[in-house]
Design a protein around this ligand. Structure first.
Ligand code: C2O
Ligand code: CU
Ligand code: CU
Length: 456
């Protein structure tokens, strides 16, 4: 049996999307869904035998939570795994009891209701994943991740009525029997995984290897891209054409930005518009260009190869009329930095934040609701660390002193090796304990995480 690599695989079939979680409530504005995390026997790549995996409702990726701003959401989680788990809705803004952080594990056999309301202004592309102490990498690698889409009542892209595709990027590693492979804890590979974060050599889009997307000439599609990899960063490019970058973690930018490539650190999201160009029958590929996020001593030897994720095929259908892309998407007011309650420096080193490892019984930072803070997140080591804050979104002020060219709402900022990023964050509501951490899941499991307590 041979394990396919993204490079060897031809376009196998047309992109499929995960099922949407069925809303069992008929009350307008209420979305009530059942989510069961359980072991499953699945075929994870073409030609693969059935192997042991974990899945939400039996699929990898899990089903998509598709909701609107203002909706009240109830997720009935049933944990049928042999381990404790949580469901963390990454990037959402809600009370701490809904966060699914490591402070609130759900034991095997137990159920838990995550209840929250989607605030106005949070339309965008998000995702959910387990967030259990020290075992997040394992559970995500076993197949537990899924997407969340939040829709706005007034959305200039929805008004275009263009086709929309969800692309969940993940990678995994398999042994010679086709089973999901984990290194022996004593091995060199385990040490390399701890350093780099676990990467796999098989790249998936929605659980498929090199699927194809058909597009008509002149057609414009919205792609919502989620990086659900445990640690792989993607530098995304469409060979031969530019991407129109319209949004990031927390939804749309103020204006579309034309980009040759987009760096998507793990757990980051990008919304892009893609136009059908080229002659009927021609095709291009979505590439992952080389990006050196690694420590020199553990950098993979093939780090500088370009990988392919999917193919985009121009159909022979007659060209549609040219589509006009709105020049303005939505306002993103700058957070007010004239009255800042605290300026902090947060130092990320290998496996630690501010020289400490995660302690569930310690509070590392305290801040007050109604205040704004500026955090300088420094990376003092020779590999990138993507910094994530729970329950909130923030804006980047500058990177190594260079002002951010345009504003966006993000919950994840990649801090490249030996560099620093200044972010501004406002605390409005929802007191409680919120995690901040490196989102390379092995680093998070290792304890590269702290607790921010928001106080009234
Ligand atoms: Cu994707 Cu602590 O989160
Ligand atoms: Cu999160
Ligand atoms: Cu890290």
């Amino acid at each position: 049996m041979t394990v396919p690599t993204a490079r060897a695989a031809a376009a196998l079939d047309t992109l499929r999307e995960p099922p949407t979680l069925r809303n069992r409530s008929s009350v307008p504005g209420v979305v009530e869904v059942e989510l069961t995390a359980a072991p499953a026997r699945l075929r994870l790549f073409p030609g693969s035998p059935l192997v042991n995996a974990y899945a939400y409702n039996g699929t990898v990726p899990g089903p998509t939570l598709d909701v609107h701003e203002g909706d009240s959401v109830i997720i009935h989680l049933h944990n049928r795994l042999p381990d404790s788990t949580t469901v963390h809705c990454h990037g959402l803004h809600f009370s701490a009891h809904a966060d699914g952080s490591p402070l609130d594990p759900i034991a095997p056999g137990q159920s838990y209701d995550y209840t929250f309301r989607i605030p106005r202004g949070w339309a965008g592309t998000y995702w959910y994943h387990p967030h259990v102490d020290k075992h997040t990498t394992f559970q995500v690698a076993m197949g537990l991740f899924g997407a969340i889409i939040i829709r706005a009542p007034h959305d200039p892209l929805a008004a275009m009525r263009i086709p929309e595709k969800l692309l969940i990027l993940s990678d995994n590693r398999f042994d010679s029997t086709g089973a999901i492979a984990f290194p022996d804890p004593q091995s060199i590979q385990a040490e390399i995984d701890l350093e780099n974060g676990r990467e796999g050599n098989v790249l998936f889009v929605n659980g498929q290897v090199m699927p194809a997307i058909p597009i008509r000439r002149n057609e414009v599609q919205l792609w919502r891209i989620v990086n659900a990899s445990a640690s792989r960063a993607y530098r995304l490019a469409l060979a031969g054409q530019s991407l129109i970058h319209v949004g990031s973690d927390g939804g749309l930018f103020e204006r579309p930005v034309e980009a040759r490539d987009i760096l998507l650190a793990n757990s980051g999201r990008a919304e892009v518009l893609v136009r059908g160009t080229g002659t009927p029958g021609s095709r291009t590929v979505l590439q992952d260009l080389p990006y050196d996020r690694y420590m020199p001593q553990t950098r993979p030897s093939d780090w500088d190869s370009t990988r392919t994720l999917l193919s985009l095929k121009v159909t022979s259908a007659p060209a549609g009329p040219p589509v006009e892309i709105p020049p303005v998407l939505r306002p993103i007011p700058a957070l007010d930095t004239s009255n800042v309650a605290a300026r902090r420096v947060i130092v990320m080193s290998q496996g630690q934040i501010d020289g400490k490892r995660m302690d569930m019984h310690r509070v590392d930072l305290r801040a007050y609701l109604g205040t704004t803070e500026i955090w300088e997140v420094q990376n003092v080591v020779g590999m990138d660390h993507p910094f994530h804050l729970h329950g909130l979104h923030f804006q980047v002020l500058d990177r190594d002193g260079v002002p951010e060219p345009y504003r966006s709402w993000i919950d994840l900022v990649n801090v490249p090796k030996h560099s620093s990023v200044r972010i501004v964050v406002h605390f409005e509501d929802f007191p409680g304990k919120w995690m901040y951490h490196c989102h390379i899941l092995d680093h998070e499991d290792e304890g590269m995480m702290g607790i921010l307590e928001l106080l009234n």
